[in-house]
Design a protein around this ligand. Sequence first.
Ligand SMILES: Nc1ncnc2c1ncn2[C@@H]1O[C@H](COP(=O)(O)OP(=O)(O)OP(=O)(O)O)[C@@H](O)[C@H]1O
Length: 280
Amino acid sequence: MSGWGQLAEEALYTEAPAGDKRRAVSGNDAGQSGESLFGASVRLQGVHKSFGGKKVLHELDLTIRPGQFIAVAGRSGSGKSTLLRLLAGLEKPAEGRIEIDGRPVSGIGRDITVMFQEARLLPWKTVLDNVGIGLSGNWRPRALHVLGQVGLTDRAGEWPGVLSGGQKQRVALARALVRQPKLLLLDEPLSALDALTRLEMQQLIGTLRQRHGFTTVLVTHDVSEAVRLADRILLIEDGKIALDADNPAPWPRDQANPEFARLEKRVLERIMQTGGGNGR
Ligand SMILES: Nc1ncnc2c1ncn2[C@@H]1O[C@H](COP(=O)(O)OP(=O)(O)OP(=O)(O)O)[C@@H](O)[C@H]1O
C-alpha cells in the first residue's frame, strides 16, 4: 500500500465549511440496492495513470451510483490504491476526467474522507479529541454521538495508547464519519486486525453505511470481505477493470448464502486466471 503523505493527513482533519447541508449523522439513506439521495456519484472517463513510464491504469471508465458500496480487489501492485488516490484528488490522471457529483475532484476534507490501514490517532489527544480533530464550533455532542455508534462512548476520555487495534480503528471510523462524508474511501482499513475483530468491523461499517447512505470505495485483498460488504466488486488487472460484478446477496450478507459463495468463487477464479500480468 502506498503512503498518502502529509497532504492527506492535513486534509483529513479539515472541517466541512459552515452551512454545508449535511445529512444528520442519524439519517437513514441507503436502501438494500445501495441507492441513496445523500451519497456522492462518481464518474471516471478514459483515465490513464503512469509512474515513470509504467502504465498503472489505462482507459479506465467507471460510474458509481450515489450510495453504492464498491470493493476494489486485485493482485498486489495492480493499481487499487492508485485508483483510490485519484478519487481523493491526491494524484492527477495523465489523461481523462474524474468527477464527484459532476464536479472535478477537489480533494479530501469536504465531501470525501478516508480511512487507512493504520488508525493514525494523535497519542497526546483523548479519544474524543481525536474524533474532533480539525472541527470547530460545538462539535463535541456530534463526536460523542458518532463514538456511540461505533460502541466507544465510555472510552471518550481515554488516551489512544490504551486502546486495542480494533478500538483504534473504530475511533478512526468515527473520525471519518463525524464529518458526514458523501464519499468514504477505505484503503485496506481492516487488514491489520485479527479475524474476529475484522468481522465485527465489517459488520459495523456495513451497518453504518446502510444507515448514513454515503458512497463507499473499499480497497481490499480479502475477497470474502469484498463480497460481504460490497454491492459491486471490481477486479483490476493490467490497469483495466477485469471484472465488474454486482453482488446479488442481500445485506446483511451471510457467508452460507449460495449467492455469496458463488460470487466469491467467481472473483477468486478470475484473480487466479490473471496470473499477475503486471509482473509485480
Ligand atoms: N508514487 C508512486 N511513484 C511511483 N510508482 C508508484 C507510485 N505509486 C504507485 N506506484 C506504482 O504503481 C503500481 C500500482 O501501485 P498501487 O499502490 O496502486 O497498487 P495496489 O494494487 O494498491 O498494491 P497493493 O495491493 O500491494 O497495495 C505499483 O507498481 C507501484 O509501485
